[in-house]
Write a protein that binds this ligand. Structure first.
Ligand code: RIB
Ligand code: CA
Length: 320
């Protein structure tokens, strides 16, 4: 049974890798890819989604729609120090021997619809059959819930790359970037009564694409493998310098993989909330994972990962 999904992204580097995996996975039908400000401004995200799709020789393209440029309450927080000034490792600067850009600007194939309206429209078309994979700040998702909460509850599930439950955050000691960037949106999602799956740093930081794998597959010369090498160079350098990793974390691709291969992870039911007012803890996932927990769960949280199986899946689907 093919799973119908919408991918909501703040396309940055690992979002681009997630798009490649989603488009190369026959278990998924990608209805649309929507953009939200996060790693970089939403206008760059739209462009990066289109540039990533151009790498694949697709017969049909998913709709691409621009979403929210600002968080619900907090000021914008970018991660261009990690993902590059353009959000995609500055691949627009790369030239061939003749001085021609290796990655030209994409054709303008953006939907005239706002991402929030496109999400709500697709749920109306496919009630109880559509899932959302959210790998950026949850601003678009929260705006859709605020606009039509009843319609949003006809989503099958929302799979969220976000949070840190039994590990440190990556933006602050307590908070992961997507939830830190828009904690108010994340709490709206936690309260919406929609089945949620969290794919947090607890598992995504165990999924590492090594420089050796990046190089080995790029040398084989497939366009996607060469693109992954080209767009991850700065992302990998950040990981070397600040995460002591000779490669990069596959945060967003793991959220995509969980959508069609749940047996890669071990999940625990839990009530999850997100701190919105803490001076030191804003964006922190707050959850009682003790066996004695009494609050009714609103989510399943991925706590363990078969990392080798996932990285093999990613490499075979995207890089080969
Ligand atoms: O914390 C990692 C997450 O924040 C990933 O989705 C990355 O792309 C950024 O959005
Ligand atoms: Ca992301």
């Amino acid at each position: 049974m093919v799973r119908r999904v919408i991918l909501d992204t703040d396309t940055g580097v690992d979002d681009a890798l997630a798009i490649l995996l989603a488009m190369r996975s026959p278990e998924l039908h990608v209805e649309a890819i929507t953009a939200v400000s996060g790693n970089i401004h939403v206008d760059h995200c739209v462009r990066n989604i289109l540039m990533t799709l151009d790498v694949l020789d697709l017969d049909t393209m998913p709709d691409v729609a621009r979403g929210e440029s600002q968080p619900l309450v907090n000021p914008l927080t970018f991660a261009d120090d990690i993902h590059g000034g353009d959000g995609l490792g500055n691949i627009s600067d790369l030239l061939d021997a003749d001085g021609v850009r290796l990655y030209p600007d994409p054709a303008n194939r953006v939907s005239p619809k706002h991402a929030v309206d496109l999400i709500l429209e697709r749920i109306h078309t496919y009630p109880d059959e559509l899932s959302l994979i959210a790998v950026g700040p949850l601003t678009n998702v929260a705006r859709a819930i605020i606009k039509n909460p009843v319609r949003m509850r006809r989503l099958s599930e929302i799979i969220i790359m976000g949070g840190a439950f039994e590990t440190y955050g990556n933006m602050t000691p307590t908070s992961e970037f997507n939830l830190y960037a828009d904690p108010h949106a994340a709490q709206v999602v936690c309260d919406a009564g929609i089945p949620l799956v969290f794919v947090p740093l607890d598992v995504t930081m165990k999924s590492i694409l090594t420089t050796d794998m990046i190089t080995r597959y790029a040398d084989l010369g497939t366009p996607a493998a060469v693109f992954v090498r080209d767009c991850t160079e700065q992302y990998v350098e950040f990981h070397r310098q600040h995460r002591d990793v000779d490669g990069c974390f596959l945060h967003d691709p793991l959220a995509v993989a969980v959508a069609f291969q749940e047996n890669l992870v071990t999940m625990a039911p839990a009530r999850v909330d997100v701190e919105t007012a803490g001076d030191l803890t804003s964006g922190m996932t707050v959850s009682d994972l003790r066996p004695s927990a009494t609050l009714p769960p609103n989510a399943r949280v991925c706590m363990r990962l078969d990392a080798d199986a996932f990285v093999t899946l990613f490499s075979e689907r995207v890089l080969s």
